[in-house]
Design a protein around this ligand. Structure first.
Ligand code: GTB
Length: 220
């Protein structure tokens, strides 16, 4: 067990209005799953771009993770670091562990890109004359990925044996399309997301990030 209480960074006022779509949620959730207390440093958009923060995060973003001499950026790398140092998020068996890590990469590298691009397009490209065509292409790409993922998951509870960091990242990715026909076309995936969201560690992580947004709103 590391002796330092880690500090993570998160939006001072998340543009998602507390829906838990920013990537600090996956780091909070991983820390909650392994029972590691942590502190949070909240940053404004301006503070993220200052040299002090860029020394930790080259792209001037959140989340970051600091513990002792270690400073990390990239939510996937942070979740992997937490999972490697604590029991509970990766299997002990080396082959099963490698497969869970493959699911972590699959979540971030194969499933998240079209889902995140679609979310960005709906905000940034809505007024472009080619918006409808672009949206249709992105949704085709999402449908392809979710169809394959749904077939692989089948009626299993989790992607590969016990709940792992692979499920944690996959669920944070799928939450972006939760409640949409893209996800609801696959009842097993919708149930998978709901199952993960029912975990006490997820609830604590979600509630903590929501409390940040609520406090910021109350404070004007
Ligand atoms: N690959 C990096 C990682 O996984 O850590 C990506 C980090 C990232 O995109 N960070 C975003 C950020 O700091 C916050 S999570 N953006 C500020 C900036 O770039 O200046 C992405 C995000 C932002 C907003 C919403 N939202 O409003 O719904 C959801 C997710």
């Amino acid at each position: 067990m590391p002796s330092h209480v880690p500090t993570i960074t998160a939006f001072e006022r998340s543009p998602d209005r507390g829906r838990g779509l920013a990537r600090d949620l996956r780091v909070r959730w991983a820390l909650e799953e392994v029972g590691q207390p942590y502190e949070v440093r909240l940053l404004s958009f301006a503070e993220m771009k200052e040299p002090g923060h860029r020394a930790i995060h080259p792209f001037g973003q959140v989340p970051t993770y600091e513990a002792g001499a270690l400073a990390l950026f990239e939510s996937g790398a942070i979740v992997l670091h937490i999972a490697e140092r604590h029991a509970g998020l990766l299997p002990q068996d080396p082959d099963a562990r490698a497969r869970s890590i493959a699911w972590m990469f699959a979540a971030l590298n194969t499933v998240e890109p079209p889902i995140f691009e679609r979310a960005l397009a709906t905000i940034l490209e809505r007024d472009e004359p080619w918006y409808a065509a672009r949206l249709a292409k992105l949704e085709d790409a999402i449908r392809l990925r979710l169809g394959d993922l749904a077939r692989r998951l089948g009626e299993s509870e989790w992607l590969d044996g016990a709940f792992s960091a692979g499920d944690l990242l996959m669920v944070t990715v799928l939450r972006r399309v939760a409640g949409s026909p893209l996800l609801d076309a696959h009842p097993n995936l919708a149930a998978y997301v709901a199952r993960a969201e029912a975990r006490p560690a997820y609830r604590r992580a979600f509630d903590d990030q929501l409390a940040v947004f609520t406090a910021a709103s109350d404070g004007g």
